[in-house]
Design a protein around this ligand. Sequence first.
Ligand code: ATP
Ligand code: MG
Length: 357
Amino acid sequence: MNKIPSDNILQSIRSGLVVLDHHGVVIYANNPAMKILGLDDELLIGKSWGELFFHMGEDSDFSQVIVDVIAKERLNAHQEVSYFSPAHQHRQLSVTTSFLREKKTVTGIIVQLDDITELSELRCRERLVNEERQRLSLEMVDSMKKLSLSVAHVILNPVASIGGFVHLMMRRIDKENPIRQYLETIAECAGRLENVSKSFTEYTDIQAVNYETIHLAALIEGLRPKIESIANRLEKKIRYNVDVEDHITAHIDPALFTMALDEILMNSIESIEDGPGEIDIIVYKAACGIIVEIKDTGFGIDNRHIPYVFDPFFTTKTSNNGMGLFKVKKIITEHLGSITIERREVVGTKVIIRLQN
Ligand SMILES: Nc1ncnc2c1ncn2[C@@H]1O[C@H](COP(=O)(O)OP(=O)(O)OP(=O)(O)O)[C@@H](O)[C@H]1O
Ligand SMILES: [Mg+2]
């Protein structure tokens, strides 16, 4: 095999390479290094690192890299530093250093340079977007709090009075009286409005404070009696299958987390219309944390509804408020987790909760 000249190889790599001798004088720089530093070989080769970079006040982090290597013997130190080219262009560089050795003697320092300006701008933009998202979500929680207080005063109190008086009137009117039907409708509507206002206040009260290390298998198995009794009451045949390894624990507020699972499971029960149905809860550990999957064999979520199901008051049901998944999302976010919902391929719906380890 032909021997490829090593300079060819060094010029072909994307990283910049600068080699300093043991006096700190540049003895080699490949083309990418010159491009990154904005210096040509005449300006670079034969100059000492100090001569080249120490006078640039702005570049103190960059020039410091070599000082660290020599004075503190920091090798293979990977640093991200700002660099200003002679044309005053700012670049963000990733700098890695290692010693150049001949036999066992150190003869110089190799400096590897990568221009990560674009990457760090992207990271910066992503951070700003995340901060903005966080700010908006805090703002939303804040507005919801204010709204809920107004709802409590403006709707809940009058609605409670309407409901109370209607029930009193119904007691004084015969069952046969046609007016009774109107009163029943008023009572039902007042009840619904009362529920909406209550779920609003409940939403703003959601705050995970009592964190504990919980065995998820026990918590999820503990929901079985409730599921079975609701299914019985609604005369539905539902099998509840739990597949959670015993050792999996999570740092959660058990009361709140149970509330979230209750809402999700209630949706599953409601989606199983006729015939026997199944609800499976599977929990496993993944690289990104703990995954909790809740699957049902119900009528399945409509793909067009998925973007809206975590919004307040979104419902496709006739007598529900559409606050369930809105509360669930808040609970999971309180736990710094995430939640998604999808239509299963053959039948039913799958909810996926991701919790940090
Ligand atoms: N397991 C599921 N199967 C099918 N559709 C679902 C399922 N879970 C949620 N959905 C859809 O998402 C909508 C919103 O769910 P959400 O729990 O927020 O409200 P809701 O159940 O309608 O009312 P509430 O929970 O306040 O009683 C539901 O109306 C339904 O269309
Ligand atoms: Mg619901």
